[in-house]
Design a protein around this ligand. Structure first.
Ligand SMILES: Nc1ncnc2c1ncn2[C@@H]1O[C@H](COP(=O)(O)OP(=O)(O)O)[C@@H](O)[C@H]1O
Ligand SMILES: [Mg+2]
Length: 578
């Protein structure tokens, strides 16, 4: 129920449409209920011997049987046209509102995605998130259209029909009603297995899309290792699981639908016999039997809708839950809430200007409970100092940088900037005061210029060029077909690792923040460019507190301090003797 309300809350902004939909739905149902009556009158009064009803003689005077037939024929046409018009308008608005809700949930999901903490993605695969954002979001629309409107329209139709059926003939109405408990029993028995089967089919489908995504990323490796057939068999397994899970779901649905249809058949058979007998005894007119039978076909229609809605809604619920799992996931801000062992001090008053002194006091950190990555770190980096972080791969250098950005919280200990606990700062202020080039270079779709100016969109072109020159990127950018306006596209495969890296460094240098962080900035660069960049950085870091992960000997010459990582500790902390 909670899931339903959460799903429907995405339609709050369309409340007027929702009310209008209920009005249109009611009119659609009413016109549908009127449809068989002119035909029944034609059968009983024009073909049969019953006099025309009072309303007709009032309106048209004394009419012959043929005239009555023509009038009733016109009425049939009119009611049908009215019904078609109203129901089309209703369905049009229903689809429009449903799609608007789908759009809103996608927006909410993307907004959430932008705030997810890095921990989230260590637990969930990218392809799965993509599947949830693009396919599972449809479930919200399904729940609105099928869950809310199809079901309430069916319930209303059945209710009104039952009232009319009881007016026409008690016995026949009781037979029709008698099938309802059987239907309810079948629906109840099948809802849970259908929901379970739907959920596991979705998971299997999602894992197919995860596989495709991962294989595309690793395609060069696969082709170079000539492991296409191995990857194919691996995918075959996933595809087969998806096949069996979906097939199982449909099999359950088919059995369910078969049972429902059998119950309908039973009811119809009883009514044909009982109605036929009554018509022979003239306790019911042929026209009334016609109305009854046509209601009966329409009576089972909405009931079928309700019973099918069972399976559709179960699958939709599974999808909605997968969407809600992301919407309810810990956002980066939630993950910043106090560590159990490490209470957060109250927020500090906003500081206009950050100078950039960084201090670690007794900082312990682990990604998972049992594996310490950083063990009791204590050091201070003065404002404007350049510090090199060295140590074997996997020793926690990148992790330390992530802690300064507050992507993760220390288990114990305090990190301060200008003597303020970074947990007391607004994370946005903190991050605005740091420029970072990540170990893995990131490019977003757009031009090279847009990529460099990503954090400073209205930067002076002069500054962009000089940042690119310092980052040793200017030369290769100028040689590209459209220079700085070359689009890196979505695959950005045309740039080498070193080139991507230099664009990332230019981006960091352009953002003139008090703290500069460069994680292995020389990766992928040739010796000459390494030397050049190492020397250029000496100029770039002037006046900024800088942390660089590197083993480059040229930088050792001008750095103020070196922090050496070993087994989770910082072993050495010294100023090179220059
Ligand atoms: N998101 C993560 N979840 C769990 N463990 C991680 C994560 N990121 C890194 N690690 C582990 O933390 C250790 C330190 O990693 P990292 O800081 O990247 O090392 P370095 O940058 O020094 O090479 C490694 O053992 C790595 O496997
Ligand atoms: Mg690293």
């Amino acid at each position: 129920m909670k899931t339903l309300f959460r799903a429907l809350s995405f339609f709050k902004d369309n409340a007027t449409h929702v009310y209008l939909l209920f009005v249109l739905m009611s009119i659609t149902i009413l016109t549908q209920l009127i449809l068989p009556w002119p035909i029944a009158l034609a059968i009983d009064c024009s073909i049969g011997k019953k006099p025309f009803p009072y309303v007709l003689s009032m309106a048209f005077g004394n009419i012959s049987k043929v005239e009555g037939l023509i009038i009733l024929g016109s009425l049939v046409l009119l009611t049908y046209l009215l019904h078609i018009f109203v129901s089309t308008t209703y369905n049009n608005l229903l689809i429009r509102t449903g799609l608007a809700g789908l759009m809103r949930v996608r927006l909410a999901l993307f907004n959430k995605l932008l705030q997810l903490s890095p921990r989230f993605f260590s637990k969930m695969q990218h392809g799965d998130v993509v599947y949830r954002a693009s396919w599972d979001t449809f479930s919200i629309q399904t729940l609105f259209q099928q869950g809310l409107f199809t079901v309430s329209s069916a319930v209303l139709t059945i209710g009104l029909m039952l009232i009319i059926m009881f007016q026409i003939n008690l016995t026949l109405a009781l037979i029709a009603l008698g099938t309802v408990p059987l239907l309810v029993a079948v629906i109840r028995g099948f809802v849970n297995p259908m929901e379970k089967a739907g959920l596991s089919a979705r998971d299997a489908d999602s894992s197919v899309s995860v596989s495709v995504e991962q294989s595309i990323v690793a395609l060069p490796l696969i082709q170079a290792s000539v492991t296409e057939s191995r990857e194919y068999s691996r995918f075959q397994e996933k595809a087969f699981t998806a096949f069996s899970k979906r097939y199982k779901q449909h099999r359950i649905e088919l059995i369910y639908q078969g049972l429902i249809m059998s119950i309908f058949a039973l009811g119809t058979a009883f009514i044909v016999v009982s109605g036929g007998l009554q018509a022979m005894e003239k306790t019911i007119t042929i026209g009334e039997l016609w109305v009854f039978l046509s209601y009966l076909s329409q009576f089972y229609g909405p009931l079928t809708q309700i019973s099918y809605a069972g399976s559709t809604i179960s699958t939709a619920f599974a999808g909605v839950n997968r969407v809600l799992e992301i919407l309810d996931a810990e956002s980066i801000h939630d993950s910043l809430i106090a560590h159990q062992n490490n209470p957060v001090p109250p927020a500090a008053p906003v500081k206009k200007k950050i100078n950039g002194q960084i201090r670690f006091s007794e900082v312990h950190f682990s990604y998972e409970n049992n594996k310490t990555i950083l063990n009791n770190l204590n050091f201070t980096i003065q404002q404007g100092e350049s510090v090199l972080l060295i140590g074997p791969s996997g020793s926690g250098k990148t992790t330390l940088l992530m802690l300064i950005l507050r992507f993760y919280e220390p288990d114990h200990g305090i990190i301060t900037i200008d003597d303020i606990d970074i947990r007391q700062m607004d994370p946005k202020d903190l991050r605005n005061s740091i420029a970072i080039s990540f170990q893995e270079a990131f490019l977003l779709p757009g031009t090279i210029l847009e990529n460099i100016a990503y954090s400073v969109p209205n930067a002076d072109m002069k500054d962009v060029y000089s940042a690119a020159e310092l980052a040793c990127a200017d030369d290769f950018i100028k040689k590209l077909s459209k220079g700085y306006h070359t689009s890196v596209g979505e695959g950005f495969s045309q740039l080498s690792t070193g080139e991507k890296q230099r664009i990332n460094i230019a981006r960091a240098l352009l953002k003139k923040s008090p703290i500069l962080i460069l994680d292995e900035p020389l990766t992928g660069l040739d010796e000459e460019n390494q030397k050049k960049l190492a020397n250029n950085l000496k100029l770039a870091v002037e006046g900024r507190t800088t942390l660089i992960v590197t083993h480059n000997p040229d930088m050792f010459k001008w750095a103020n301090k070196i922090l050496k990582f070993e087994n989770g500790c910082i072993k050495e902390l010294y100023t090179p003797n220059l």
